[in-house]
Design a protein around this ligand. Structure first.
Ligand SMILES: C[S@@+](CC[C@H](N)C(=O)[O-])C[C@H]1O[C@@H](n2cnc3c(N)ncnc32)[C@H](O)[C@@H]1O
Length: 314
């Protein structure tokens, strides 16, 4: 097993973490955002690959909805509890221990692919993350739907600094239908059309501003941070891969025990990078949504700022 994966497994096998993910069966279960996107995009009764299932928070509700679910994870202890729960519930989910970058499934064997939020970011090295996405494309049938989420830190950090802009943080361009789930389409005559046009122009300007200004600050910050890290490593004669723009460390959460747990590798995406990577893997973006579009309450304050973006890919 590769080094950075070993760190993930060690962190996720800790008792507090296991208890936290086992508790996820009951709270929160499938989140409203997940529910809305799955209802809209995954064909009923189809075969789903659930990636990074952990103890099965999202797996069992999917099985209860009538999907044929195959669920994978890299942490044996979490899969142990997931399998136990599977028996208790009398479900027929197939759990497989494997790395999402190397899937042991034939080409075109799934209708849908669902990767749990906070997983892709654990993969160290851009080529490995693209490889993971290519694997997703490979195991999907033609026109199969892939639902993954990306964490865009600059939306969080800059929105803290520029509260005035918090509500105005725009969607990155999707090249698809835009972000329309759950919103009512505007109806009306000419004045409404003019209003729509004004809104579109405003949104376009906002996107240009966000992408050109905020994105650059994110990259400038990481340029200097990585310069420092490289220098430090050379000084200490440490041999490491990277770092790349957006490479960071993250603490594996387990409710209130947060401080006691270990740091693991973590990668924050820029919107440009995520769009390039999904393209390189052979996907087209159908829609991009934030959790705040569906949920009034958030279990992480960062979600309120739209840092997680669900990408619907085909
Ligand atoms: C944030 S947890 C989510 C668990 C569960 N889906 C939930 O929401 O409760 C992320 C999961 O991804 C798994 N994971 C991390 N890297 C992985 C990889 N390369 N391949 C498969 N699973 C991985 C971890 O073991 C962990 O269970």
């Amino acid at each position: 097993m590769e080094n950075h994966l070993r760190g993930i497994v060690e962190a996720y096998e800790r008792e507090e973490v296991v208890n936290y993910y086992v508790a996820g069966w009951f709270n929160p279960g499938l989140r409203p955002t997940e529910e809305a996107l799955i209802e809209k995009y995954f064909p009923k009764g189809g075969r789903i690959l659930n990636v990074g299932c952990g103890a099965g928070r999202e797996t069992f509700p999917l099985a209860e909805k009538g999907f044929e679910v195959v669920a994978i994870d890299i942490t044996p202890k979490l899969l142990f509890f997931a399998r136990k729960r599977n028996e208790e519930l009398g479900q027929k989910v197939e759990f497989v221990l494997c790395d999402a970058c190397h899937l042991p499934f034939r080409d075109g064997s799934f209708n849908s692919y669902y990767m749990t939020p906070v997983m892709l970011q654990y993969i160290s090295g851009r080529q490995n993350r693209i490889r993971l996405l290519r694997e997703a494309k490979r195991v999907l049938r033609p026109n199969g739907t892939c639902l993954v989420s990306f964490l865009h830190l600059e939306f969080a950090s800059l929105s803290l600094l520029l509260r005035a802009f918090r509500r105005g943080i725009a969607e990155p361009e999707t090249g698809g239908q835009g972000s329309g789930i759950g919103r009512e389409k505007a109806k009306g005559g000419e004045s409404q059309k003019l209003g729509d046009l004004v809104q579109k122009v405003k949104k376009g300007l906002k996107i240009a501003w966000t992408e050109s200004t905020f994105g650059i600050w994110f990259e400038v910050y990481w340029f200097f941070a990585n310069l420092y890290r490289r220098g430090r490593r050379r000084w200490l004669k440490e041999k490491h891969q990277g770092p790349e723009v957006g490479d960071y460390r993250y603490i594996v959460r387990a409710g209130r025990h947060r401080e006691e747990l270990e740091w693991v590798f973590y990668h924050y995406y820029t919107p440009r990078e995520s769009l390039e990577d999904v393209k390189q893997a052979g996907f087209n973006v159908l829609e991009i949504v934030t959790m705040k579009e569906f949920e009034d309450k958030f279990f992480l304050s960062a979600l309120r700022k739209g840092v997680y973006r669900f990408y619907v890919l085909i």
